[in-house]
Design a protein around this ligand. Structure first.
Ligand SMILES: CC(C)(COP(=O)(O)OP(=O)(O)OC[C@H]1O[C@@H](n2cnc3c(N)ncnc32)[C@H](O)[C@@H]1OP(=O)(O)O)[C@@H](O)C(=O)NCCC(=O)NCCS
Length: 214
């Protein structure tokens, strides 16, 4: 039985949605809740902290979720017992991830060799503990990579290559495994950033071609 079938049999189904850009106040509230839970639950996985982001006002969240060259994805779970309108039909937020084009980040962010016109970064990948190992993280990543292909194709035409990069704690073997299965490879140590001790960089290439549009 595959993971999607197992999740359905357990009564839970998952959907990955992109937050509207610019977001509504409801979008901001939903994303804030998932992101703050991620920071509180798995502080060692992120360079930011719960205390820092819990103090953000609505405009700071809005700015994070608004602008070109970025997408914020939220995974939602629906169980039969939550289809009663208690979450207004959206489902419970159980995971999140952001993909940001290098051109939308401050210059110099990330390892050497990232082309600002062709590079993309994965940030803030998280799945709520009780929903892990059901394919939710992989689906978030797949949706983020699909967005990269769309964004890159719109900028470069139907031929070209984009690079996707991410930093992960060196001891986080579960996350590293998930990224490897999605085609990411660890970069040699000389690419590790001094400002991210204990982190390694991983990257993968994405070929933008007409077949991706089929
Ligand atoms: C890393 C994380 C996002 C994975 O989410 P997930 O929904 O459990 O991932 P998936 O179910 O899609 O896993 C896909 C594959 O990755 C690998 N994997 C994921 N978690 C793993 C773990 N804890 N141990 C070993 N392998 C793991 C497995 O090969 C898995 O396939 P399998 O379940 O068929 O064996 C989740 O564990 C998490 O949120 N961790 C805390 C935060 C974090 O580390 N974020 C990453 C920051 S870079």
């Amino acid at each position: 039985m595959d993971k999607a079938t197992a999740a359905v049999r357990s009564g839970t189904t998952y959907a990955v949605c992109a937050i509207s850009n610019p977001p509504s106040s409801t979008d901001i509230h939903d994303y804030r809740e998932v992101r703050l839970t991620a920071l509180r639950t798995d502080p060692s996985a992120y360079s930011s902290t719960y205390e820092r982001e819990a103090a953000f006002d609505e405009e700071t969240w809005r700015a994070r979720l608004t602008g070109s060259g970025k997408v914020t994805l939220v995974a939602r779970a629906r169980r039969p017992d939550t289809l009663d309108g208690s979450t207004e039909g959206r489902g419970e937020g159980v995971g999140c991830m952001r993909m940001i084009a290098a051109r939308s980040l401050p210059a110099g962010e990330g390892p050497q060799g990232v082309d600002p016109e062709r590079g993309y970064f994965v940030f803030g990948m998280w799945v709520r503990p009780e929903h892990r190992r059901r394919g939710v993280g992989s689906r978030l990543l797949e949706s983020g990579l699909a967005w990269v292909l769309e964004d890159a194709a719109a900028r470069m035409g139907s031929e070209g290559a984009a690079g996707v990069w991410l930093a992960v704690t060196a001891t986080n073997s579960g996350a590293k495994r998930m990224y490897e299965e999605a085609g990411f490879r660890e970069l040699p140590e000389e690419h590790s950033a001094d400002d991210l001790p204990g982190e390694i960089w991983m990257s993968r290439k994405m070929q933008v071609n007409v077949f991706n549009e089929l």
